[in-house]
Design a protein around this ligand. Structure first.
Ligand code: GLA
Length: 387
């Protein structure tokens, strides 16, 4: 036994000091608990048992993530007066996630968003994907990354807590070529951010476009419409779509149209304008082309403020685009985590991504991944408050 080894004793003393100072300076509110990770059972699918991880950062945030679909089930964040509520739409049970989830919270892949007619050609070979959003393929097909159990390992680092989630998709899974080995690292930081780092490698040329599909309501999940939220998008162009929501290929300016969120604007302010793109989308369901100051690196893409609570969500990303979806297909048939039903516009999604249908659009940034390359991209959901 080496229990009395001097260096081990020193470690023990340091740990005690940290615990004592932690106790002395712990604020009295819910913000005061130490960072933590708890795992519990959350049922099972045909693929195996599902677990739920609860991450707390000791700074007022608590996030629940399922091993099924890498789903962010809840995000509890304080408002300007320190009152905490869950701002992510979701379900309180696994069956709803398996049977009727409109992508609440999940990792979306292999290809987030739509591929026209579910078909693309790469290196002269044409691949056919499932048509699960007629006439197109949406969010990776019938059984996308949102519907698998991810091998999950928790970690703690520098006062942050997180999960490393892994899934290997076999060659021709949902019609996509190449064995795709994917890692998504979720970190709940002590700075009240959720950092998402995506990595993927392949053994054959393929296409990949990963995102997280959390729907937010910063006043609280189930509290009603998000139309009062003000949104700012760092994007002066967007990709207009045809009636099947496939980009026409042009990058149109938002200036002078209801698509313009370059200045903070209430989501509901122009959502009923008689503008063809809003009619097609039944609201906002569009990819915005981010104004990148630098070709690479993290940059702000969006800032959302809920005026009554003062909650603020800022999204930073390395991606070239962001899909703004104003919850248009929510129709009062789903009952959410807190037992209230979701109607149209009760949540919004901001999905950082490459542009929709890029495999068929030569002028869009490429989504091709080849053997020997590593797909790497990071997105951050930063939470805060304003007065
Ligand atoms: C994306 C799409 C929407 C819708 C949602 C899921 O945001 O762009 O059209 O399919 O996913 O319901």
């Amino acid at each position: 036994m080496h229990a009395s080894h001097p260096s081990l004793r020193r470690v023990g003393v340091v740990a005690v000091v940290v615990l004592v100072t932690g106790a002395l300076f712990t604020p009295p509110s819910n913000a005061g608990s130490a960072p933590g990770i708890v795992r519990e059972s959350f049922g099972a699918t045909a693929e195996g048992p599902v677990h739920r991880y609860t991450l707390t950062n000791g700074k007022g945030m608590r996030v629940r993530i399922l091993t099924y679909g890498g789903i962010i089930q809840t995000i509890e964040v304080p408002d300007r007066r320190g009152r905490t509520t869950n701002v992510a739409l979701g379900f309180d049970n696994l069956t709803d996630y398996v049977e009727r989830n409109p992508y609440f919270g999940c990792i979306t892949g292999r290809y987030a968003n739509r591929i026209a007619l579910g078909r693309f050609t790469l290196d002269g070979v044409t691949y056919q994907l499932p048509i699960n959003n007629a006439p197109n393929s949406l969010h990776g097909g019938d059984v996308g990354f949102d519907k698998h159990i991810w091998a999950t390992s928790p970690f703690r680092r520098d006062g942050n807590v997180g999960l490393v989630m892994r899934y290997t998709s076999p060659h021709l899974d949902q019609g996509y070529p190449g064995t795709l080995t994917t890692t998504v690292t979720y970190t709940l930081t002590r700075g009240n951010a959720i950092r998402m780092e995506y990595r993927a490698t392949t053994d054959r040329p393929t296409v990949v476009n990963l995102t997280n599909h959390t729907y937010f309501n910063l006043a609280g999940e189930g509290s009603g419409s998000i139309e009062n939220h003000t949104l700012q998008l760092d994007a002066s162009r967007y990709t207009p779509v045809d009636p099947t929501l496939i980009p026409t290929g042009s990058l149109d300016p938002v200036a002078g149209t209801p698509m313009d969120f370059t200045r903070p604007t209430a989501i509901g302010e122009r959502i009923r304008d008689d503008f063809t793109q809003l009619v097609i989308g039944r609201g906002f369901d569009h990819n915005y082309v981010l104004d990148r100051r630098h070709r690479t690196g993290l940059q702000r893409a969006a800032r959302v403020v809920e005026p009554r609570s003062g909650r603020v969500l800022t999204i930073l990303t390395e991606e070239p685009g962001i899909q703004f979806y104003s919850g248009n297909f929510l129709d009062g048939t789903l009952v959410g985590t807190s037992g209230r039903m979701y109607r149209q516009g009760d949540g919004f999604a901001l999905e950082t991504q490459h542009f929709p249908d890029s495999p068929n659009q030569a002028a869009f940034p490429s989504t091709v991944l080849r053997p020997g390359e590593t797909y790497r991209t990071t997105t951050i959901y930063q939470f805060g408050t304003t007065r």
